[in-house]
Design a protein around this ligand. Structure first.
Ligand code: SAM
Ligand code: SF4
Length: 474
């Protein structure tokens, strides 16, 4: 393992000005109704919002204005993404950590945590178990530790892609790990990762310093903020940003996320592929401080504001949230969720009943099996998708942004959603879910206008049901 080079990206800068974002979100800010409507109209026209425009939405406190934000978010979500929901699951591979993040069960000083790093055979067993559930997309998650360098992570990823189990295979491995240097990003890119995801946790400098003690690697704000710029410079242009809500004022961090998305788009020509907005959960060795916890109502509102601010960026909602909240937030713009998730190390084969907090990073709100979640999605008119086409066909980064224009999603994403959903229904679903799912596929087919693509899709769906042919990508 080579020591990490602390060379920042070429044009590294700390583009978060706390005073400016605090001014934009100050409680006394009055929102002008005319301006508010202009911003809503711009968002509905599928244009990304500037930070100051997103601030107009985020500061709306009047219930009727908030209702307008919700309605616009629902409308935009339908028009840009349709009713697809992409499914994935996390796979924790190692919880050693040199940091002491105040909110995290893995923090170094938490002596109750059972520390573990999965070996190659254990990884294979976990992946096979996940494939048996029907998963095709994973995100691998690590603590920050010298052992988990880019070579180690790249070799885990290669092992995962190697596991084939009946019709089961993992077609996309995303990564959530501590920031790499340039060489590290090159290494993980060559292992064929999907999205590289890193959460800033909070963009608010003072809060960041408070929860990441000085002297730990993660206390270096700019090194973390700059990580995705280094990723872009190494060709890893499929990236995800995120903030952990509950640390600083939520309005501030919404604007932090929008600032980050705008910065990447301006500097590198394409914004992030996804935004995550985890909410702080209880964890071993910590009790969430009450001050900045986000209520369910504000949380749904922030999802709606993000939907409007970045129309072409996927929004990820995790199983930290309860089933009930996930149902509501999905309508407001979420495009990806995890399901059937188990965050205990080795848990996909070893966990028998409930969460064991001394082995997990935090508590989950939705621990239902994948099959149950898929059935519910289907019954509510969503189309569950395991599609992995774009990154495998090179449709990422700038190219993806070009494609993410009206029509693209319907032409490619809908048929890919339906074929991957059909694979799930034929290979893994319970009889009840299969029945509900097949009916849903028919409803979706009926909505499509006649075209050569529709004919091709119908043929492919029949081939999946009748043969062992799989992975037919549009
Ligand atoms: N260790 C790496 C890092 O910090 O960048 C990888 C990420 S960590 C394993 C995954 C994410 O979980 C963190 O970035 C943080 O946002 C989130 N997280 C940590 N503690 C949490 C808690 N108590 N509740 C909810 N999310 C939490
Ligand atoms: Fe370690 Fe990441 Fe947890 Fe911080 S958030 S203690 S870096 S695992």
């Amino acid at each position: 393992m080579l020591p990490l080079s602390k060379t920042l990206s070429r044009y590294a800068e700390d583009f978060i000005e706390d005073a400016h974002l605090e001014r934009l979100t100050s409680p006394g800010t009055l929102v002008d109704v005319g301006r508010f409507r202009e911003v809503i109209a711009k968002a509905l026209d599928k244009q990304a919002l500037a930070v100051e425009e997103a601030a107009v939405l985020v500061c709306a406190r009047d219930p009727e204005m908030r209702e307008e934000v919700f309605a616009a978010a629902r409308d935009l979500k339908q028009r840009v993404y349709g009713n697809r929901i992409v499914l994935f699951a996390p796979l924790y591979l190692g919880n050693l950590c040199v940091n002491n993040c105040a909110y995290c069960g893995f923090q170094r000083k938490n002596k109750d945590m059972v520390r573990r790093t999965l070996g190659m055979d254990e990884i294979r067993q976990q992946v096979a178990a996940m494939e048996d559930q029907g998963h095709k997309r994973l995100i691998v998650v690590f603590g920050e530790h010298p052992r988990y360098d880019a070579d180690f992570i790249a070799s885990c990823i290669r092992d995962i892609y190697d596991v084939h189990n009946g019709h089961g295979e993992i077609r996309r491995v995303n990564v959530n790990a501590a920031p790499f240097d340039h060489a590290g990003f090159r290494t993980i890119k060559t292992a064929g990762i999907g999205t590289y995801q890193i959460f800033m946790e909070t963009y608010h400098h003072k809060t960041y310093a408070r929860v990441h003690p000085a002297g730990t690697p993660k206390s270096d704000y700019l090194w973390r903020l700059d990580a995705l710029s280094r990723a872009y410079e190494e060709g890893q242009d499929d990236v995800g940003i995120g903030a952990l809500f509950g640390l600083a004022d939520w309005r501030f961090d919404v604007l932090g996320l929008v600032s980050h998305a705008v910065f990447l788009k301006d500097r590198y020509g394409c914004g992030p592929h996804t935004i995550s907005f985890p909410r702080l959960r209880p964890a071993s060795g910590m009790a969430p401080a009450a001050k900045n916890l986000v209520s369910d109502e504000d949380f749904k509102f922030l999802v709606a504001v993000l939907r409007l601010a970045v129309p072409y960026t996927g929004l990820i909602l995790t199983a930290r949230e309860t089933a009930e909240l996930r149902r509501a937030a999905m309508e407001l713009g979420v495009s990806q969720i995890d399901a059937g998730s188990c965050i205990e190390l080795g848990g996909y084969t070893e966990q028998t009943c409930g969460q064991r907090m001394e082995r997990e990073q935090f508590t989950l709100g939705d621990t239902r099996p994948l099959d149950t979640v898929i059935r519910e999605l289907t019954q509510q008119g969503h189309v569950p998708s395991f599609c992995t086409a774009c990154y495998r066909l090179g449709r990422t980064g700038e190219h993806f942004m070009e494609f993410a224009i009206p029509g693209f999603i319907k032409r490619f994403c809908t048929p890919n959603a339906l074929t991957t959903f059909m694979e799930y229904l034929v290979d893994y679903a319970s009889p009840e879910t299969a029945q509900a799912g097949l009916a849903q596929v028919q409803v979706e087919l009926d909505k499509l206008e006649d075209s050569p693509m529709k004919q091709q899709l119908i043929e492919r769906l029949a081939r999946i049901r009748q043969t062992s042919e799989r992975d037919m990508v549009f």
